[in-house]
Design a protein around this ligand. Structure first.
Ligand SMILES: [Mg+2]
Length: 433
């Protein structure tokens, strides 16, 4: 009986693993400008692994490193793991392929909370169950969020039966972590219950305010919103009369657009982010940051649903209608160049962690379901990237077969399994030619 590998995690405030050097970044840089996001240089003891079992151990180490308190344990049986990556002869090549995969998550691996049937096989192939017995590095780049990276990876590991390390996972709000040094008191919007408050605190934000705190302070701020008993209990008792909110961060999708929009707009038009004040010029409010800009997203329902990008449009429209002015917003996530820059560095580092090969990949297959974020971002990034970014659109999410995507992928396939098979076959052809 092999020893199980334990992956420890916690919903308590885990210290964030990756740090982005955003301290010198301006909003302009993040929206349109040159590359400004630089992950820390790899630690000297960055492990080099040669088997998938070690990859899992690596994931465990990363999680254990980050997390001080342990609340839950997931077990991976090493037998299952090695079975999962065997090519039949038990041989697993140590060759580092010069290509990698980047995956969107929702609509590619997960839909409506459930794993897409072909997803697990796709990962098994990348993890070594292929004719060459090679392991192909991959990362997940999702605009979603609402949990700490460590928690989300634990969920994913369970859902996909494969260990996913926070070091191969980027979500919409990941880059916001660096803003913790710039702003003290911040409003954090979106997500379930108190989760985004905890994420923000795990990023190092010192004073996190939620819409619930403001409604508890003065229920008349949002006259139609009644906090549930649970929300009332969790919201903080505080007098906001003299509190300046320095920045607004929309971490995840709003669960109550009306009250969140009411509060966001009041702050945007306020004097220095103080509730109950109105700036004469409407230009003295705090800056606002959105974790991503997806207008629609795919759920278990047949048609797409409105998401964070739609809230942004609504905020902009209401601000314009109220003030006659245009509000300047910053959005992270795909398709922003900053997010793809970050993904590039994470991919390179992950490849180095696996194979001790610091070279950048020659080709990045980027697989997504949303033409406006995944395909657009990948195609635009390809124009000025050292690597060849090859966009692949799948039909299991936002994009529907037979329709004309606004941004054209280099390849369209049915699902993520076909995407993986296509990319690997393309590489075999390249190697033969
Ligand atoms: Mg998607």
């Amino acid at each position: 009986m092999p020893a199980p590998v334990h992956i420890l995690t916690s919903s308590a405030s885990a210290h964030h693993a990756r740090r982005l050097s955003l301290a010198e970044a301006t909003k302009e840089d993040l929206s349109h400008g040159p590359t400004v996001i630089i992950p820390d240089s790899p630690s000297a003891d960055s492990p080099t692994s040669t088997t998938i079992a070690e990859t899992i151990a690596l994931a465990r180490d990363h999680l254990e490193h980050q997390i001080n308190t342990q609340e839950s344990v997931i077990e991976f049986d090493e037998d299952d793991v090695s079975d999962g990556v065997s090519d039949g002869s038990g041989f697993l090549s140590n060759v580092a392929p010069d290509y990698v995969f980047g995956f969107d998550l929702d609509g590619v691996f997960i839909r409506g909370g459930d794993v897409i049937p072909e997803a697990k096989e796709a990962l098994r192939i990348l993890n070594g169950e292929n004719e060459e017995g090679i392991r192909v590095p991959y990362i997940f780049l999702t605009n979603g969020g609402g949990k700490t990276e460590a928690e989300r990876c634990l969920d994913l590991s369970r859902q996909l039966d494969v260990a996913v390390s926070p070091d191969q996972f980027i979500c919409g709000h990941t880059p916001m972590s660096e803003m913790a040094t710039q702003y003290h008191t911040v409003l954090v919007v979106g997500g379930e219950g108190e989760k985004c408050r905890h994420v923000a605190e795990s990023y190092g934000f010192k004073d996190v305010v939620t819409p619930g705190d403001l409604i508890k302070w003065k229920p008349s701020v949002c006259p139609f919103r009644k906090l549930t008993d649970e929300e009332y209990k969790n919201s903080k008792e505080r007098d906001f009369t003299n509190v300046n909110i320095e920045a607004i961060f929309v971490f995840a999708d709003s669960r109550d657009w009306a009250s969140d929009a009411q509060i966001i707009l009041e702050l945007l038009m306020s004097k220095n982010g103080r509730m109950g004040t109105v700036s004469e010029t409407h230009t003295e409010g705090p800056p606002i940051f959105f974790a991503h800009n997806d207008v629609v997203w795919s759920t278990a329902y047949d048609l797409t649903r409105y998401g964070m990008g739609a809230l942004r449009i609504m905020i902009e429209a209401l601000y314009k209608a109220s003030t006659g002015k245009t509000i300047d917003v910053t959005t992270y996530g795909k398709p922003s160049k900053a997010t793809f820059d970050y993904a590039t560095r994470v991919l390179q580092q992950w490849r180095k962690d696996l194979f001790n090969d610091p070279a950048p990949p020659r080709t990045v297959y980027f697989v997504g379901d949303t033409p406006e974020s995944d395909i657009r971002g990948s195609n635009e990034y390809d124009e000025h990237s050292e690597s060849d970014w090859y966009s692949i659109l799948v039909e299991t999410g936002v994009y529907r077969s037979g329709t004309e995507p606004r941004y054209k992928p280099k390849k369209t396939v049915k699902d993520v399994l076909e995407a993986v098979k296509f990319g690997m076959e393309r590489e075999r052809r390249k190697a033969r030619d």
